[in-house]
Unconditional design. Sequence first.
Length: 251
Amino acid sequence: MGTIYAIANQKGGVGKTTTAVNVAACIAAAGYETLVVDVDPQGNATVGLGVDRDSAGVYEVLTGELPAAEAIRPTAIDHLSILVSTPDLAGATMELPRSAGSEMRLRDAIAPLREDFAFILLDCPPSLGPLTVNALVAADRVIVPVQTEYFALEGLAGLLDTLSLIQRELNPRLTVAGMLLTMHDARTKLAQDVEREVREHFPALVFDTVIPRNVRLGEAPSYGVPVIHHDPHCAGSEAYFELAKEVAARG
């Protein structure tokens, strides 16, 4: 049975998509069948894996037009597949709340895929709206990227409250796999202070691995590949390899 991870934080620009794409690629490189589900209408994970947004994807799965297994598309990377985000997915944020039980749509749709994939990673949009709720209800664990800047700390308490609510009301098996410090520049006192504060407040939750600011991480999506295929020896690649190991070790 595969494990489902949601990559979530209501704040934008904290590295959710970068984390989803690169952790998935590292897991796939180890030979595990891995699936990325692009739940963000912006479709950055889809583009970042070099896949066109011109076919059926998450929207058709959520509306019941197509079984998830039929919407899966391969990527150019061995053992890595994707459920794409199409422009239509933006409409789901308005359509889903209109129907009873809509929070369970994604969970029910991708549950059968656990038999085919060892890891399923859900790339969430930068909000706590219906799509993110669907992802959190579907997930076993959630990874929370946290940018090491002051404003990134804002809203963490609200996110954890939301996770607790979903655990209590909709998905009791959901746990926090860990908080991931991203875009870290160890040369700055601000980054050091934010890291210290997050580790002090959430000592059991923060991953040991820290994702540095790295030019190659920013370049890789423009080539439609994860950073480990763009520059496997850069600091960003090495960090995501270590994170993938840590995620696997935490179970």
